[in-house]
Write a protein that binds this ligand. Structure first.
Ligand SMILES: Cc1ncc(COP(=O)(O)O)c(C=O)c1O
Length: 413
């Protein structure tokens, strides 16, 4: 069946991004309809080439010598990340995931009894569990803020929680969650935090490489992201930004040879930059691959990518909403390229499996990955589709046709 849009508008083409060129440089975009950038975006051929080339170099000259030879390119990873985020290179640290970056940051904050962590319902499972453990084992107060009518964090409730916090407070903010296309009002959240002297740490794992982000405009104290999703970098990579004014007060919790110098029997000094949070070992090949992905994101332009992905997301929502038996699961405040929906009578995982049989990659997000969001909304699981710049009209049409087939078959059960 064919699903058209009013006025014959195409589903993908926004004219802002050269989709054909992106596809020609992304071998994974051929032969599949890949809608899982929010899980792991497809790497470009050049990203993979950079990694393989480095592994070959390590094979020939050894891992340390190989890293020494690529020192400039490794330094460029920090530069590129800083340029993308509107930060300085010394405010960037590299990790193996967003979770490790977030954990290192929260460890460095050394929260204790009397401190308050404020979190949105959109919190990611691993961070939510970490905060629950902090509450259980360290006596840190945890405030989970309700949502407003749009599904975003209720700013009045945030204001109230900040006003009531007895001591130091940290906002564990989220930009776009794993469980919906919601875009939280980060600048307003951090502005409220500033008013009460709170620190705002932003989980931008689903938004870096997706939305046009500038850490100064958002006025946040720290940010974490992963490399493998919208940045289209390799797995096993992550980044953090720490505002330079925050760096002095941070260190000391988990010093490592990478970011510290052991100066005498009981003393050490720490790197003045965000690198004080890093640990020594890493996959240099993966980090170099991330550098290529960051430069590709810069070359394409963040604003263009955002406009394209947001436009694609809106068009998918429009197409999905028109299918009988399909319900969009995104709250109203969801102007992002990440789209969630349910199909009447069929579990999310089953829908995703049926889509995979048609070479369409999506993912099912269960409530156990977002209890404060999906759990609270009484949704057992959603199907999540997340396009990127390599998706075209044929991908979108294939997705909508197959979802319609699945919904129709589900309806006759
Ligand atoms: C919103 C959000 N935060 C954090 C993470 C964790 O990222 P990582 O797997 O790199 O630790 C994810 C992963 O899906 C996520 O969606």
């Amino acid at each position: 069946m064919t699903i058209g849009l009013e006025g014959g508008a195409t589903l993908a083409a926004t004219g802002i991004v050269d989709v054909a060129s992106e596809r020609s440089r992304t071998v994974g975009s051929a032969g599949r309809h890949y809608f899982n950038a929010a899980g792991a975006g497809l790497m470009s051929d050049d990203v993979v080439e950079a990694m393989v080339t480095h592994l070959r170099l390590e094979q020939r000259v050894g891992g340390y010598e190989a890293a020494t030879r690529r020192a400039d390119d490794l330094a460029d990873v920090y530069e590129a990340a800083a340029t993308l985020l509107g930060a300085s290179a010394h405010e960037i640290a590299c990790f193996d995931s967003a979770t490790t970056a977030l954990r290192s940051l929260f460890d460095a904050l050394r929260l204790e009894e009397g401190d308050t962590v404020i979190a949105p319902r959109s919190s990611y499972v691993s961070q939510a569990l970490r905060l629950l453990a902090l509450k259980r084992y360290s006596g840190v107060k945890l405030e989970v803020i309700p949502t407003d009518a749009t599904g975003a964090m209720d700013l009045q409730a945030l204001d109230d929680a900040l006003a009531a916090a007895p001591g130091r407070s940290v906002i564990s903010a989220v930009h776009i969650p794993t469980s919906s296309g919601l875009v939280e009002p980060v600048a307003q959240i951090s502005a409220l935090g500033r008013r009460f002297g709170a620190i705002t740490v932003l989980d931008a794992t689903q938004s870096v490489g997706h939305l046009d982000i500038d850490v100064s405009a958002l006025d946040i104290d720290a940010l974490v992201t992963t490399g493998r999703k919208y940045l289209r970098g390799p797995r096993g990579t992550g980044l953090a930004y720490v505002r330079s004014g925050m760096l002095d007060g941070l260190g000391g919790w988990a010093p490592d040879v990478r970011g510290s110098v052991w100066t005498s029997a009981e003393e050490w000094t720490m790197d003045a930059g965000a690198r004080q949070l890093e640990t020594w070992e890493s996959s240099v090949a993966a980090r170099l691959g991330l550098g290529v992905a960051l430069n590709e994101a810069l070359a394409r332009g963040q604003a263009a990518t955002e406009a394209h992905l947001v436009g694609f997301g809106a068009r998918l929502r429009e197409g999905l909403a028109a299918i009988d038996g399909v319900e969009l699961a995104d709250p109203p405040a969801s102007p992002s390229g990440l789209v969630t929906f349910t199909v009447r009578g069929i579990a999310g995982k089953q829908v995703s499996t049926l889509l995979r049989e048609a070479r369409i990659d999506s993912i099912a997000v269960p409530a156990s990955h977002a209890q404060w969001d999906l759990g609270a909304r009484g949704i057992a699981s959603v199907v999540r589709v997340s396009p990127h710049v390599y998706n075209d009209d044929a991908d979108a049409a294939a997705l909508l046709e197959r979802v319609a087939d699945i919904a129709r078959a589900g309806g006759v059960r």
